[in-house]
Design a protein around this ligand. Structure first.
Ligand code: 6PG
Length: 237
């Protein structure tokens, strides 16, 4: 099925529009697995959920994972888990066992193995790969998604469920979900906002030759649904 595109006026409205979609996905489910993204738009989402959905959503049904994590301690300002904890997890009634963070302070290679096992133990499976109910992604201005960067396109086809990635500019190690896991999710959602993403969005949506160089263009769920939630700044005709 082709991607479904949702355009909102600005990043805050993207968060609100996606939340309505999220509630539809949650309806009737007793157990729901989500891989969260880092980045700026998810911060708005977490704040919205903490402010306005604290008692609306039954958080005990949701198991949070991360699509990628920086290899830093949880109290480091760059920790995706740390940001989610500060903006959301500290404010909602979610059982500790529902939080499946990447241990950023651990040895990256060993943690990628451990995290893969934790994912496998807590999700459904499809042809040998874990299946998330929902994977939320952002996209960098270079076309990366999760922590799959253009210089590591092999992570799109890796047999591993999660793997060590390296930020191309800083050299920072990350643990990221791999392409086969993301593409087996029941629903994959991109939250992309800001003018800096416009060029890559246009290239990917226009199926331009360059798009093949961008990891985000290779996120095509095997049997799941793909949705792009964009603000007007990121979307261009
Ligand atoms: C991360 C994210 C990363 C992010 C993009 C977009 O850990 O940084 O997972 O993939 O989604 O870099 O970030 P912005 O939305 O802040 O531009």
């Amino acid at each position: 099925m082709p991607a479904q595109v949702h355009i909102s006026t600005d990043a805050n409205v993207v968060a609100a529009d996606f939340t309505r979609f999220f509630l539809e996905l949650l309806a009737g489910k007793e157990h729901f697995t989500v891989a969260l993204s880092g980045g700026s738009t998810p911060k708005l989402l977490f704040q919205l959920w903490a402010d306005q959905y604290r008692t609306v959503i039954d958080w005990s049904k949701i198991h949070f994972f991360w699509g990628d994590e920086r290899c830093v301690p949880p109290n480091h300002e760059e920790s995706n888990y740390g940001v989610t904890k500060q903006l959301l997890l500290n404010h909602v009634a979610i059982p500790g066992e529902n939080i499946h963070r990447v241990i950023g302070e651990a040895d990256p290679e060993a943690e990628a193995i451990r995290y893969s096992a934790e994912i496998s133990d807590n999700t459904e499976e499809l042809d040998g790969f874990p299946v998330f109910d929902l994977v939320i992604l952002g996209m960098g201005s270079d076309g990366h998604t999760a922590s799959i960067f253009p210089h590591q396109m092999d992570l799109l086809e890796a047999e591993k469920f999660s793997a060590v990635a390296i930020h191309p500019d800083t050299g920072q190690k990350r643990v990221t979900l791999t392409g086969p896991v993301i593409n087996r999710a029941n629903t994959v959602v991109f939250l992309v906002t800001g003018e800096s993403k416009q060029e890559k969005v246009r290239s990917i949506f226009g199926r331009e030759e360059d798009a093949k160089l961008y990891p985000a263009a290779h996120i095509l769920p095997q049997s799941g649904d793909l949705h792009w939630f964009l603000d007007e700044a990121a979307y261009s005709l």
